[in-house]
Design a protein around this ligand. Structure first.
Ligand code: HEM
Length: 225
């Protein structure tokens, strides 16, 4: 009885840890990459601000209800997830039965890694894959929900990320509010070419050096209270 209560407690702790870890770093890393790419491309920063001013205006903050009307912000998120997937090889999976995929035999028991980092930069799938171009997703049906195999930042299938819905909303809303609420630029005297985009390959792939940026309010002061 005591043992089963202990196992039960351990399972709860592990599951809570999974959700906290799975849901915090992933979103933070994605948001930092999105802002970095935009600071490097001031024209895109301007396009995002234009969409936010047109749809939301300057009298209030962005809310979840605004998200469906912000296709450019959504395109920024997809483009960030294409170039900077937080789990570059997803997590290891094991083939349960013999399979034949694209000319390769995969025996049962094989540990399979899916290199979504490379897929996102594959020149046979993407035009100018090294360029950050959110426009490529405007009018495109490609989504991050695990059905379009060229873009799998949340994985696919029965073990794909269960936090997809929450993850997309949190990152979209954060990026939208950061761009709507602040003007972003590099510190004085620093040119965009000097902004390092080096990655560090850990469990997630954050920036090697934390982003240093200057941000100034662009809305009325009472909105920040
Ligand atoms: C930007 C946000 C996020 C990204 C990019 C992301 C990405 C991923 C990826 C790639 C996996 C592995 C999928 C696979 O096995 O192939 C995963 C698993 C998981 N994620 Fe997320 N995630 C995000 C947000 C969240 C959130 C908000 C939560 C929870 C609140 C969460 C909870 C989990 C859990 C529990 C798993 C393990 C699922 C399993 O093994 O069955 N994630 N996530």
């Amino acid at each position: 009885m005591m043992l089963s209560a202990l196992v039960h407690y351990d399972e709860i702790t592990t599951n809570v840890q999974d959700v906290l870890l799975g849901g915090s770093d992933t979103s933070a890393v994605t948001i930092e990459w999105a802002i970095s790419e935009l600071i490097k491309n001031p024209k895109l920063l301007g396009k995002a601000a234009e969409e936010l001013d047109r749809v939301v205006g300057r009298e209030r903050l962005v809310t979840e209800r605004d998200l469906p009307g912000l296709p450019y912000i959504e395109a920024i998120l997809k483009e960030t997830m294409r170039l900077h997937p937080v789990a570059p090889m997803l997590v290891p999976h094991q083939a349960r039965e013999d399979a034949h995929v694209d000319g390769y035999d995969i025996p049962a028991g094989t540990v399979v890694f899916v290199n979504v980092w490379s897929i996102g930069r594959d020149p046979t799938l993407w035009d100018a894959p090294e360029e950050f171009r959110p426009e490529r997703f405007i009018g495109s049906k490609i989504d991050v929900k695990g059905q379009d195999f060229e873009l799998l930042p949340f994985g696919s299938g029965r073990r794909m990320c269960p936090g997809l819905g929450l993850g997309v909303k949190v990152t979209l809303l954060s990026i939208a509010n950061l761009l709507h609420g602040f003007v972003w630029r590099l510190p004085d005297g620093m040119a965009v070419e000097e902004l390092s985009m080096e990655e560090i390959f850990l469990l997630a792939v954050p920036r090697k050096n934390p982003l240093e940026a200057v941000f100034e309010p662009r809305l009325q002061s009472h909105l920040y209270m």
